[in-house]
Design a protein around this ligand. Sequence first.
Ligand SMILES: *Cc1c(COP(=O)(O)O)cnc(C)c1O
Length: 361
Amino acid sequence: MSRDKVFNYAAGPSVLPESVLRKAQSELLDYHGSGMSVMEMSHRSKLFQGIFDEAKARLKELIAVPDSHEILLLQGGATTQFAAIPINLLEGGAADYAVTGHFSNRAAEEAKKYGTVRLSCDTSDTNHDRIPTQSELKLSADAKYFYYCANNTTAGTEWHYVPKTAAPLVCDMSSDILSCPVDVSRYGLIYAGAQKNMAPAGLTVVILDKSLIGREPEWTPTMLSYQTMVKHDSMLNTPPCWNIYLFSLVLAWVQEQGGIPAMEQLRAERAGMVYEVLDNSSFYKPHARRDSRSFMNVTFHTPTKELDAAFIAEAAARGMLNVKGYKTQGGLRVSLYNAMPVEGAVAIRDFMKEFEVAHHV
Ligand SMILES: *Cc1c(COP(=O)(O)O)cnc(C)c1O
């Protein structure tokens, strides 16, 4: 099956803008007349430093990162931050964790190794089908930070407000960063694994309030120390050069499309098409409650497991790939990140309608 016949709804790693891949292809063997690929050049070279600085500058401009915050380009995936955050910020104390899905649960479990974790909320009783309201959040007076995950990639729910807390906000934005505006100044720390909406797997972006730097204990592994990484501008060791280059190309692409406002409009348009089918169907059952729906990952079931499997197989036969739900979640999941063209939402919407007519009893 060729690329032009396929829509890839994978949750991550996920689709990248085709024009970005083509640009990378055209520069693959010889970057800007250097005779080298970005994969082959020293990370200490002027040429790579230019790529690195440009990537940071583009991110800073695109989401208006204030001078009060540092941008780090790290490795180890979002999962490494589950440990790095409590190590750097807990100071042996306590933090509030909002558990609204698979990844925030894992982050809370990891943080318990380094201090006291207080569950601000836990939606596991209804299989993470919703985001709690502000008044439901339990906030402790001595919390070093409040942790939440903006978009729950596996459950298909998303926070549609920024929690109000006295403690600094720490947020996992892995699966909705760059899809809607964010007031960075309100956050102590924002982080995101790149492979959902920004770049290939292997790069993790951390945006950190400078006032939180330097609180980690002496035993902190060097690679996990924010202070050390800030001091070395993320280049204590070899950074993921190729990923940073592609990240920069994706940022330029977002800018060309009209920036974050354009991404926000497009995500509403794409997800709206799929939710409209769910809302007008007695066949499909959406997983997320209406007020908590994700714009990036739409999760739902057909009436039976057999029909779920048939849906996945028939969709794949038509070039609509990777619509299987997360392993612990089951059912179906259609991920509609920034790089998904609107035609991809149209295609899955039309297929869903057709499948319902063919299989409704
Ligand atoms: C994918 C994902 C993660 C895990 O990312 P890795 O880079 O695989 O560690 C964490 N949080 C969220 C919200 C995710 O979507």
